[in-house]
Design a protein around this ligand. Structure first.
Ligand code: ADP
Ligand code: MG
Length: 208
């Protein structure tokens, strides 16, 4: 099995629904340790994505590039440029018509690298890196074990969710939540949570 443009389009549609479905939850999470706009920011961004898709994209990479530029110009906050960079870097790994497990690993690693290049956060700082880094590791392991692209994405999505859950007890040292210091402990990071939803969407789209 390989993935291509149809999968990328299905992925983005799943993202649009997931973000809309979890909008209030993401707002609540960001209200606890930030300024409460994360759900609204992302929902605005993915509504804009919805209105632009499919555009005239020739392959999955083109499609993700359109998503990246749209997110950059509409999401705002810290997460806009972070997700924009993640999708832009990821798009460069998706130029083949037939995407296999290694391409999925490369895509997630590139997304993580983009987020880290922009935000300079390491794992354990209670940010979206805490979802993407374990996702990249799990994707790598799944590909080594011989899983196909959908198995790689499933492993990544499950690891991202576990990573997002694990941000709960962390103390934030990057981003707006770091202003709270110890008071950030006990709340899940909104960006790690939304990242888990976006990666879950990628797996769901591949499994359909
Ligand atoms: P803002 O903090 O500007 O209101 P959002 O609410 O949209 O932006 O996004 C907040 C999320 O952005 C956080 O939950 C965190 O996951 C992520 N984030 C913030 N700063 C960084 C960073 N330096 N590196 C990685 N992720 C970050
Ligand atoms: Mg916010």
């Amino acid at each position: 099995m390989t993935l291509g443009k149809d999968w990328a389009l299905a992925w983005m549609k799943e993202c649009v629904s997931a973000v809309s479905e979890h909008r209030e939850e993401l707002i609540e999470l960001d209200r606890a340790i930030g300024d409460g706009d994360h759900g609204e920011n992302l929902d605005r961004g993915f509504s804009a994505v919805k209105s632009k898709l499919p555009g005239d994209a020739e392959n999955a990479g083109d499609l993700l590039k359109l998503v990246a530029t749209t997110l950059m110009s509409t999401v705002g906050g810290a997460s806009g440029p972070l997700y924009g960079t993640a999708f832009l870097r990821a798009s460069k790994e998706l130029t083949s018509e037939k995407l296999g497990p290694r391409d999925m690993v490369a895509m997630i690693e590139a997304g993580l690298a983009g987020i880290q290049a922009r935000g300079k956060a390491d794992e354990g700082e209670k940010t979206m890196v805490d979802a993407w880094a374990p996702a990249a590791r799990a994707a790598h392991t799944a590909a080594e074990e011989g899983f196909g692209p959908e198995g790689v994405l499933r492993a990544a999505a499950d690891a991202a969710l576990a990573g997002a859950v694990a941000t709960g007890p962390m103390k934030a040292t990057k981003g707006r939540a770091s202003y709270l210091g110890e008071r950030s402990v006990g709340h899940r990071d909104p960006g790690a949570t939304s990242s888990a939803y976006l990666l879950e969407a990628a797996a769901k789209a591949a499994e359909k």
